[in-house]
Design a protein around this ligand. Structure first.
Ligand SMILES: [Mn+2]
Length: 391
């Protein structure tokens, strides 16, 4: 399958205009965004994934034992045999980690920062199947990959929007329909965070949801300060040198609170530390257990490359980099970071932006000691894999 260029994917809108007018702002429907789409996996293959222990899956029945009944995977074969003819949906998270054809779809979105991309959830719905009207906190591109689904778009929502009483699902109590479309295979609907949407299967259908990562402010504060605190010693401590005789010994005065504010503001202003924490956080893999260390000697690696084997990016690995103002180069690889000489920028860009590197491209770095060490380290860590290696 040939992936669409951004202009096709966005229906003739340039990526610049899309970011200005639609991204995080309003929905965009694109008919035939993937004109050459081949459904990347069959309903049976999706159901097969839902049987696997390590795969996150769920089934939502419109009228099950309760309204909008949620069943969590992994499922057994019998679970599927007892499902009704209609009005249910199977949802499988992060299918891109297990099905290369699904991972391939994500490349069509490479005009967006790759570290913002999260995963591709694939859903299969029997006729009438739906997960109810809801909103998400993340941007999503809904790609119709099989059959037809009716999508209704509604109001702006936030955490004040009333929800149905439900132990597991966040279903909106009110849905104010503003637009409605029936998506056919190859059509894409972009939905920004906080916009109510309600999809109902017209007939048996499948949708691939390309979702994005966005940490909440709570997560940013919690995890950044946790990261910062790891480099602080017990000696760095609240102090009140110059303490004035208190008017009342039980009172916490403004000077005390300002001393605390100074500690916090001084610490969180460390921009380099913030960037490092963020790069690590955004490249944290969803399934770290799928990134296995590889023990390979430099000689065997060279031999394999010389026989024509290339390097493949582990589909579970996440890579990004940052250039500091002082020319320092930091590579982030699956939740870890390393500081590299700026001369390695071309190699870092190659590794971050390609899921396959042919042997010649890699062997060109054989004579660069630092570059070669980086390649070996990424292989040892499991972020890169040697082609033809089944692990
Ligand atoms: Mn949604």
């Amino acid at each position: 399958m040939t992936l669409p260029q951004p202009a096709t994917l966005l229906g003739g809108i340039s990526p610049e205009r899309f970011l200005r007018e639609y991204w995080q702002k309003k929905p965009l429907l694109v008919r035939q965004a993937f004109p050459e789409l081949e459904n990347p996996l069959s309903p049976d293959e999706l159901a097969g994934l839902a049987l696997e222990e390590e795969v996150e899956s769920r089934i939502v029945l419109t009228e099950g034992a309760t309204p909008w009944e949620l069943r969590r995977g992994p499922f057994g074969e019998d679970d599927f045999k007892t499902l009704p003819e209609q009005d249910w949906t199977l949802l499988v998270q992060a299918v891109d980690q297990f099905v290369p054809e699904v991972a391939e779809l994500m490349k069509a979105f490479s005009f967006l920062p790759s570290w913002r991309l999260d995963d591709v959830m694939v859903s299969y719905a029997a006729p009438g199947g739906s997960v109810g009207p809801h909103y998400d906190n993340y941007d999503v591109f809904l790609l119709q990959s099989h059959g037809r689904r009716r999508w209704k778009i509604g109001q702006h929502c936030d955490d004040q929007s009333p929800l149905l009483e439900h132990p597991d699902l966040r279903i909106l109590k009110d849905f104010v329909e503003e637009q409605e479309w029936v998506l056919e295979p190859g059509d894409v609907l972009y939905i920004p965070p906080g916009i109510a949407h309600y999809g109902i299967a017209e007939d048996e259908c499948m949708t691939c949801s390309v979702g994005f990562r966005a940490p909440s402010h709570g997560e940013i504060l919690l995890h950044f300060t946790d990261y910062l605190s790891q480099s602080l010693t017990d000696q760095s401590r609240y102090g009140d040198n110059g303490l004035q005789l208190p008017a009342d010994p039980a009172a916490i005065d403004d000077e005390t609170v300002e001393r605390l504010q100074r500690i916090i503001l001084e610490r969180v202003q460390d921009k380099a530390a913030l960037a490092t924490w963020f790069g690590r956080h955004m490249t944290e893999p969803r399934y770290p257990e799928l990134i296995q260390p590889l023990d390979i000697s430099s000689d065997i690696l060279t031999d394999d490359l010389e026989s024509g084997y290339g390097l493949v990016r582990n589909p579970s690995a996440r890579l990004a980099y940052r250039r500091e103002a002082d020319e320092q180069l930091v590579l982030f690889a699956s939740g870890e970071h390393c500081v590299l000489p700026p001369s390695l920028l071309p190699l870092v860009q190659l590794v971050c932006n390609n899921d396959y590197l042919d042997s010649d491209t890699i062997l060109a770095w054989r004579s660069n000691a630092e570059g070669w060490t980086l390649i070996e380290q990424l292989l040892a860590k499991g972020d890169l894999l040697l082609e033809g290696d089944d692990e």
